[in-house]
Design a binder for this molecule. Structure first.
Ligand code: GRG
Length: 313
């Protein structure tokens, strides 16, 4: 595959992730009032880091269609403020899913983002509530964008619709339910594809689609970005399967062999390690070509997508 790596990709990535961290931090709930213990549990996992991939993809897609330079340079335009709220909201939804995914009733993991999982630190009861509260707070956060001066309310409405659909029954939660119901069963490729497209792919699709929507992209462009999100999401989950076997616990920040422990059929168990690696590269190549066609000249975004094939965490 031809790598389109930008000259200082790694430095740029570090600096952009730091910007995303700062943006997210401004939307986190204060740890005040009698419910401060819940807020602490919500903030614990949000502040533990993570790659911030979804908000970063959203911001870069926004930039591609907004046709202005990097949008974290102190510009205070309404559209940018709205984008920030949606970046934080998507990361909250993603973090909610991780808190719940780690619970004893689901994967029962005790390490996430390099630190003890929320239920280990705060107890199972508060971890359940923290996941619920983060999911709700995500929408509270996204709704605040209606208060932004000169905001385009129609775009906000459409972005909310995407956020809701991609999170719920016909997105991440639906996919996760099929995954959970079929643990320890010999599922076929069709079902595996459904699970991956939804439990992992849907939020990545949302990142690309919302970024494009808030920047004023048309329906055709948003549809194309959904397709790119599908491919990136599928490749991302296959790489997750690979890393669950070949990765390092320290780099991943979560335990290895989680799939084996839970008797899960994965792309690797179904098609083999070599085919899994080949498929990650193929899907990435297709996503990159589609992006070059619909939004030419997005070097950082292309490099970011390509970097996921070799990710170790
Ligand atoms: C509501 C009971 C209940 C459960 C919900 C929806 C859900 C649990 C879980 C979603 C499924 C899930 C965790 C899918 C895996 C997707 C994935 C590979 C997550 C890891 O994402 P990264 O690598 O994580 O981007 P960081 O920590 O870097 O943000």
């Amino acid at each position: 595959m031809k790598m389109v790596t930008t000259v200082n990709f790694k430095e740029e990535l570090v600096s952009k992730v730091a910007s995303v961290d700062r943006i997210i931090e401004t939307f986190l709930p204060g740890e005040t009032t009698l419910s401060k213990d819940l807020a602490k549990a919500m903030n614990y996992s949000m502040k533990a880091g993570g790659k911030r991939l979804r908000p970063l993809l959203m911001a870069e897609t926004f930039k591609a269609f907004y046709k202005r330079d990097w949008i974290m340079s102190g510009q205070e335009e309404g559209s940018v403020k709205v984008l920030w709220a949606f970046m934080a909201a998507l990361e909250m939804i993603h973090t909610h899913s991780l808190i719940h995914d780690d619970l004893p009733a689901l994967d029962n993991d005790s390490l996430r983002r390099g630190v003890a999982t929320t239920h280990v630190v705060f107890g199972e009861d508060i971890a359940i509530l923290a996941g619920d509260a983060l999911l709700n707070y995500a929408y509270e956060t996204a709704f605040t964008s209606f208060d932004t001066e000169n905001a385009d309310k129609e775009r906000i409405g459409r972005a909310l619709q995407i956020l809701g659909e991609k999170t719920g029954l016909f997105g991440m939660l639906g996919g996760q339910s099929v995954d959970v119901k079929n643990e320890k069963k010999a599922i076929d490729y069709r079902m595996l594809e459904y699970i991956y497209a939804n439990k992992t792919g849907a939020l990545l699709e949302a990142a690309f689609m919302i970024g494009a929507t808030l920047a004023g992209a048309d329906r055709h462009e948003i549809f194309a970005m959904e397709g790119i999100g599908y491919k990136v999401g599928f490749a991302f989950q296959i790489q997750d399967d690979i890393l669950d076997i070949t990765g390092s616990e320290q780099e991943l920040g979560k335990p290895l062999f989680s799939d084996d422990k839970n008797n899960k059929v994965t792309y690797v168990t179904l098609r083999g390690m070599e085919e899994a690696k080949r498929q990650v590269k193929l899907l990435t190549k297709e996503a990159v070509s589609a992006l070059e066609e619909i939004a030419p000249g997005q070097e950082f975004l292309l490099s970011l997508i390509e970097s996921l094939t070799g990710r170790k965490k």
